[in-house]
Write a protein that binds this ligand. Structure first.
Ligand code: MG
Length: 251
């Protein structure tokens, strides 16, 4: 069932989204060669808890950390680890959500660790832009397929691939709500968007093929061909004035 939020609920959601965005920013500021992904996770968890919020991901479906931290060919759901130290040239996807006031926020960003290759930077730039192409279609009267189509067209026109096995989603009182928001599809197809819907748009784009596999830990999702992957996400409200990105940091 798709939940349509009232203005009061949207106002309450702002706080969860603001804290999620700030936590992501804090994570990005901590990224440097030598730091472990566990240390970044600790920074994220402490930040969220200090704001009086709860990390949405901690314990979700048994996930053992507050942030998913996915390095290089890891697409999503990387589990932070003391043993994994970041290196110069890594690309580091951080996905984080916060829960407060009865609502979740959800966002992700792929950061550069030190100096990254031109190819890696191009993938980051294209993935981020594909997210904004998708957001531009998140308008009342459009359909879910318009979003995925815009993301896919942009990414594939640059010879990148769009991951199919994982998609965006509604966000609200639950972290993952209906509808599913694929990053691929046909324009004019799928659920019609109405004001008050809140969705996480989150393209996962690879430099190689779109196939992914989940490792034995049941979380870590990698590109099947070992190619680099990037992931950018915003929580977006559909309003009478057009799409409103809710996960904007204020620190
Ligand atoms: Mg999400």
């Amino acid at each position: 069932m798709i939940s349509v939020k009232t203005n009061r609920e949207l106002a309450l959601m702002k706080e969860a989204c603001r804290i999620s965005a700030n936590a992501l920013k804090v994570a990005g500021q901590a990224i440097e060669p030598g730091i472990s992904t566990k240390e970044i996770d600790d920074i994220v968890r402490k930040y969220i808890q200090k704001q009086g919020a709860t990390p949405s991901f901690l314990g979700y479906g048994g996930f053992p950390a507050s942030a998913c931290i996915s390095v290089n060919h890891v697409v999503i759901h990387g589990i932070p680890s003391k043993k994994q130290k970041l290196k110069n040239g890594d690309i580091v996807s951080v996905d984080v959500g916060a829960f407060i006031n009865g609502f979740h926020g959800d966002n992700a960003y792929t950061f550069a660790c030190g100096e990254i290759s031109k190819e890696a930077q191009a993938l980051l730039d294209a993935t981020k832009e594909s997210l904004y192409q998708g957001i531009a279609q998140a308008k009342a009267g459009n359909r879910i397929g318009d979003i995925g189509h815009a993301v896919q067209e942009y990414a594939e026109s640059r010879s990148y691939s769009v991951v199919r096995d994982f998609v965006g989603h509604g966000v609200g009182a639950k972290l993952h709500e209906d509808p599913s928001v694929p990053n691929y599809g046909k324009a004019g197809r799928g659920v019609r968007l109405v004001s008050g819907m809140v969705i996480a748009i989150e393209p996962m784009i690879t430099a190689g093929g779109y196939q992914v596999k989940v490792l034995d830990d049941d979380w870590t999702t990698v590109t099947a061909d070992g190619s680099l992957a990037a992931h950018f996400e915003h929580t977006v409200a559909i309003t009478p004035d057009g799409p409103v990105i809710m996960t904007i940091p204020d620190i």
